[in-house]
Design a protein around this ligand. Sequence first.
Ligand SMILES: C[S@@+](CC[C@H](N)C(=O)[O-])C[C@H]1O[C@@H](n2cnc3c(N)ncnc32)[C@H](O)[C@@H]1O
Ligand code: SF4
Ligand code: SF4
Length: 386
Amino acid sequence: MSTETFRLRYLAKSIAGVPRDLIQTAVAAVRAIKPTVFIYNCTWVCDAQCEMCNNWKWGNRKEDMTLAQMDGVMDSPFWGDVENLNISGGEPTTRNDLPELVEMFYRRLPRMRKVGINTTGLTPQRAIPMLTRIVDFCGEKNLLVSIRVSIDGVGDMHDQVRNVKRGFDKANKTIEAMQALAARSPHFQFGIASTIFAQNLDDARNIREWARSKNLDIVFNMLRFTDNMLHNAELETTIGFGSREEAFMREFFLDQVAGESILSGQSFMYLHYADMISNGYHRTMPCPFQRQGLLLNPNGELFYCENSEKLGNVLDTPAGNLYFGANQLEGRETLKRETCPTCLSPCQVNVGAMKQVVPYVKFLRRAYKVKHDPSRHLKTLPDPVR
Ligand SMILES: C[S@@+](CC[C@H](N)C(=O)[O-])C[C@H]1O[C@@H](n2cnc3c(N)ncnc32)[C@H](O)[C@@H]1O
Ligand code: SF4
Ligand code: SF4
């Protein structure tokens, strides 16, 4: 099905939730509320060895929480407000019980609107049946599902970034199967995701053109460094953006704004990335993890977000106790003051955007101006968020 149709469905679900969102946002300003966005890295085991991410070095199946352990962790009303779930890793499809995990989340997360899965697609014989089962299950349960296969170059470049022989061809098998599945599944949004950095910068426009030629929705990730999520803080000194990459990416993101519908979450994110490159990396976009998010890693370690301190381990202490702990909440305030102002995380940023009606309307006006004349971008730069 078309991405636009999926967006409309998602928008309809979001609009149905607006009265509740407004109340939640008002409540969150005075007291801590339960999480509504949740990222679960289900394993660090991986079928690639990427140059910009070190998760593959941490793969250890014995440390992954089992399905039964996860079911126990999720058996609490604490999780009852989660609306958006993202399952990532490592490579999620290396877990044979991935479909059962999704089914468990459906039972345990009564308010879930959408589940997202990132995958390499590099093991098509395993990934295709598994992802098909998940998409069909979500269809039966009227749950929106979004899947993205990562592509970091066309042909050899992808294989070099991911250090996988014939990786592009393998990922393409999964892409073709998922595209066909999406064509018959109105609740399923399929696309690709791409991370651009010095190594594949010269291929960025090729990737965009290739995606267009295949009618594939594409998201470009902003390169970032986080140990909680990518184990790659040490790579910042070697592969972090220099001035060549900054200049290229600013223009590239503005091009994306010009080419995307301003109503898409992507356009919101791209404009803000162009802002951050231009303003010395001061964040100008909201983040739902500041007040209503959680990140859970394979061995049970829990974080407010990809840049927060560890809250504890859910195998030792119930997640709700960790999340609402007085020391932890104080730590989240410090995070907001010290880390958020320069954080590049895009995680569920469109969720945060739509929940903040006034800033979102301001963004729409600005995006409209920039879309029609990218040279006006610098004149429209907003104040950093506090
Ligand atoms: C960490 S991977 C996990 C899922 C799966 N293994 C995959 O590669 O799609 C999730 C997404 O993070 C992106 N990513 C990897 N390294 C990154 C980095 N340094 N900065 C931003 N995004 C990155 C990947 O390209 C992928 O789209
Ligand atoms: S980006 Fe994905 S595939 Fe690459 S090492 Fe990280 S987790 Fe594995
Ligand atoms: S540090 Fe980043 S990811 Fe964490 S709450 Fe702040 S803006 Fe969001």
